[in-house]
Design a binder for this molecule. Structure first.
Ligand SMILES: [Zn+2]
Length: 210
C-alpha cells in the first residue's frame, strides 16, 4: 500500500510503501526489511534526512505459528488484538502471539523466535543484566534493553540515555536456572491469545513468590 509521506525537515512529499501485513511465509524477503528497519523509515529525496514511518502492522510466520502485532499508537488492548486476529485468520490454535509498540521490539521478538528462545525468559533475564549494570554504576540511566542475535553469540544490549551500548553475552546457564525457577509463574501469567511480554509483565512474575 502506497502512502504520501511529508518530510518533517523540508516538507518535501514522496510516496512510501507500507505493509499492513508482513507475511514472511509468503514473502521471506520482508524479514530482512524488518531487521534493517527498511519497512519503517525512508530517506527524503530532497534533503536526504531519514524519515521514520510508524504504522500498525501484523507480522506473521505461519510455519512457526508465530504472530507479532505492532501497534505504535499503544492504544490497542489484548482483547482488541485477539478479536482483530480472529476476524482476519479465524482460530489460531497453538500460536504464540505478541503485542509490541515499536519496530525495535518487533525485531527482537522475531530474532528470539528464530533463535528458539522463550522471550518470556529473556525478558526476565534482562532484569539481571540491568541490576548488575546498576550495581557497577548506580548513576546509569537506561533507555532500552534488547536481545541481539549476533554472528558468533547472542547478547543482551543495554542502551543508555546518551545512546551508548553496553553488551554482554547471554548467559544460557542463568537462563536455564530461571526457567526452572519461574516455570509455574510464567505459565500462570501467560494469557490465551495475545500477550504483551515486557518489563511490566516481568514485574508481575517477580513480585509474587513462586
Ligand atoms: Zn526532506
Amino acid at each position: 500500500m502506497l502512502i504520501d509521506l511529508t518530510c518533517p525537515n523540508c516538507q518535501h512529499q514522496q510516496e512510501f510503501q507500507i505493509y499492513p501485513e508482513i507475511n514472511v511465509s509468503k514473502e521471506p524477503a520482508l524479514k530482512n526489511m524488518v531487521f534493517n528497519f527498511q519497512l519503517f523509515k525512508d530517506t527524503c529525496e530532497n534533503c536526504e534526512k531519514i524519515i521514520p514511518v510508524a504504522y500498525a502492522t501484523i507480522y506473521h510466520d505461519f510455519d512457526q505459528k508465530f504472530i507479532v502485532v505492532l501497534d505504535p499508537t499503544r492504544q490497542k488492548t489484548l482483547t482488541e488484538v485477539n478479536q482483530e486476529l480472529e476476524k482476519e485468520f479465524g482460530e489460531l490454535k497453538g500460536y504464540t502471539i505478541r503485542l509490541v509498540h515499536n519496530p525495535d521490539d518487533l525485531k527482537e521478538k522475531i530474532q528470539l523466535r528464530d533463535s528458539h528462545y522463550d522471550d518470556r525468559l529473556v525478558e526476565i533475564i534482562k532484569q539481571y543484566y540491568v541490576a548488575s549494570a546498576l550495581d557497577k554504576n548506580p548513576e546509569l540511566k537506561l533507555n532500552a534493553v534488547l536481545f541481539n542475535r549476533g554472528l558468533t553469540h547472542n547478547e543482551i544490549v543495554l542502551i543508555t540515555a546518551d545512546q551508548q551500548k553496553l553488551s554482554a553475552e547471554l548467559n544460557e546457564e542463568i537462563l536455564n536456572h530461571l526457567s526452572t525457577l519461574y516455570k509455574k509463574k510464567i505459565a500462570e501469567l501467560t494469557l490465551e491469545g495475545a500477550n504483551r511480554i515486557d518489563g511490566v509483565w516481568v514485574s508481575h512474575v517477580l513480585e509474587t513468590k513462586h
